[in-house]
Design a protein around this ligand. Structure first.
Ligand code: AMP
Length: 529
């Protein structure tokens, strides 16, 4: 026997229908790369997405086929998200910062049919065209091309219908080895993720929110913001350039209440604020994720009265896994204790389950004792089952996804990420967390960025070294850094050497690339080795 409630399939086009109906006039502001600005709203975004749906039909795009974008954050990109899924297609957001070989691989692997791109990325597109085998149509967002293309349609059409488990979006994640892997989100998984994302401890969205997402729409689905934001009817403020001065000016002029970005973005914002004396009086909710938020960053935001949602997630988890949800006794905790909690990766919302297993023997599930670290596994309705085009295998039945992260789970469920399984440093049979060393190092006032890697040592197997970029105009010695670290980490964790460099390599999503750093220091010899 089935229940007797209505059929209302969880398809993401319902989100834009809702936004256009209930929040029609709420604005979407875009500051373009050339400095110009445009304003649209949720009703117009829906109308334009319907027009795009018709235009895609004319190009012959069929249900399930991939429509790719290579673009920064702006309103035309937002229209394309809903237009691509509206035709029944699969939106594939390509990260323009990938290497050519990766760009070639993913577009061919995805079998993209259409590519919409920013004029700024035209050189990449021209270079890659001969290597892309399946893309039949190229449409530029700028110079009136996109407007003319959809402008030829009347928008008088319906969204494609289908099963709520149909795919709607494809994101590739570039691991440290091998080809990038595709994560194929469903309408249902995306919808459940969007509904969950609205809660106070995650995006804290309602119709009063003015959100400036700095996280790019090509990185882990911009953390789901374009879906969740529409569901709540927020005002979006997009910037097609990621420049701290531009972002701060926009935040103050448009009275931005919410923003989201990786720690480096917040770092750049702070530097601009310090240099100019600017403040962000309207900001009330800051989402930080993608890599660990350092303590001073959390403290500074909290002191300014901003609620910090320090979130952990992955492309494979849509991406929300955990955020810094308040504990029941929050109001009774002192400021330092609150920062201690926010510095960890937080707790799961309903819908996500976590466990840790032994690093050497994954059949052993570890206790949530706040001490034991192990390999982090996750499951839930918006967590990947298998990568795009991968064959079904026995791990499907298991339904626990191996995150590649190393973590401690606390008795109250708080997740404390200690490393990546590939980055953790093994010294004398014990683990040293590279992340903790880095977090402690960036707490030093003269350190702009730091990365710890393991270097071969004949006795200890590996010993950590710390690679440091100094802040402009600041001086600090290796010994001063070691003294600073000694305040927060065990003595045997202290790096054997501190190397100063001008720059630390970053990957396509702006995170430190430990693989490149390890390559750079491949022949490095420790003094006593
Ligand atoms: P991506 O799929 O590119 O977003 O990368 C996901 C990975 O980023 C995770 O597996 C973590 O290793 C790392 N990560 C994400 N959020 C955090 C966080 N708040 N703290 C530390 N690492 C994080």
């Amino acid at each position: 026997m089935l229940g007797a409630m209505q059929d209302w399939d969880l398809r993401v086009t319902r989100i834009i229908d809702h936004a256009a109906r209930e929040h029609a006039g709420r604005e979407i502001v875009t500051r373009w790369a050339d400095g110009s600005e445009t304003r649209t709203n949720w009703a117009e975004v829906r109308r334009d997405a319907l027009k795009m749906t018709q235009a895609l039909q004319k190009l012959g795009v069929k249900k399930g086929e991939r429509v790719a974008t290579m673009a920064m954050n702006h309103s035309r990109h937002l229209v394309s998200w809903y237009g691509a899924v509206g035709v029944g297609g699969v939106l594939h957001t390509i990260n323009p910062r990938l290497f050519d070989d990766q760009l070639e691989y993913i577009a061919n692997h995805a079998e993209d049919q259409v590519l919409l791109y920013d004029h700024a990325f035209a050189p990449i597109v021209e270079r890659m065209k001969p290597r892309w085998n399946t893309i039949k149509h190229y449409i530029c967002y700028d110079n009136g091309e996109f407007e003319d293309w959809i402008g030829a349609e009347d928008g008088n059409t319906e969204w494609a219908t289908g099963d709520e488990r149909d795919p709607c979006m494809l994101c590739y994640t570039s691991g440290t080895t091998g080809n990038p892997k595709g994560v194929l989100y469903e309408h249902r998984s995306t919808m459940l993720h969007a509904i969950t994302s609205l809660q106070p401890s995650i995006f804290d969205f309602d119709a009063t929110a003015v959100m400036l997402p700095v996280v790019p729409m090509f990185h882990a689905a911009a953390w789901g913001l374009p879906w969740g934001g529409a569901a709540a009817g927020v005002k979006f403020v997009f910037s097609a350039v990621n420049d701290a001065a531009v972002l701060c000016e926009l935040m103050n002029r448009e009275k931005v209440t919410h923003s989201a970005g990786v720690p480096t973005v917040w770092l750049a914002t702070f530097q601009h604020m310090d240099a100019t004396g600017i403040t962000l009086p309207t900001l009330r909710h800051a989402i930080i994720g993608g890599s660990a938020a350092p303590r001073f960053m959390i403290e500074r935001l909290m002191k300014a009265g901003v609620n910090v949602a320090h979130a952990w997630g992955m492309t494979e988890t849509s991406p929300i896994g955990t955020t810094g949800a308040k504990t029941f006794d929050w109001a009774d905790l002192g400021f330092e204790a609150q920062v201690d909690i926010k510095q960890m990766q937080g707790r799961v919302p309903f819908g996500v389950e976590l466990r840790t297993v032994d690093l050497g023997d994954p059949s052993v599930v570890l206790p949530r004792d706040g001490k034991t670290s192990g390999a982090l596994q996750v499951r839930g309705p918006w967590v990947i089952k298998r990568y795009f085009k991968a064959e079904a295998d026995t791990t499907d039945a298991e339904q626990w996804f191996d995150t590649g992260d190393v973590a401690i789970l606390h008795p109250d469920g708080t997740l404390q990420l200690t490393d990546r399984t590939k980055d953790v440093i093994k010294s004398g049979g014990e683990w040293i967390s590279s992340v903790e060393l880095e977090n402690a190092a960036v707490g030093h006032p003269a350190v702009a960025e730091a990365a710890a890697i393991g270097i071969y040592h004949p006795k200890w197997d590996e010993r950590p070294i710390l690679v440091v970029v100094k802040k402009k105009g600041e001086e600090v010695t290796a010994q001063e850094i070691r003294d600073h670290l000694a305040k927060s980490v065990a003595k045997w964790w202290l790096p054997d050497a501190v190397e100063f460099v001008d720059e630390i390599p970053h990957g396509a999503t702006g995170k430190i690339s430990k693989k490149d750093l390890r390559d750079q220091f491949r022949d490095y010899k420790l003094e006593d080795a």
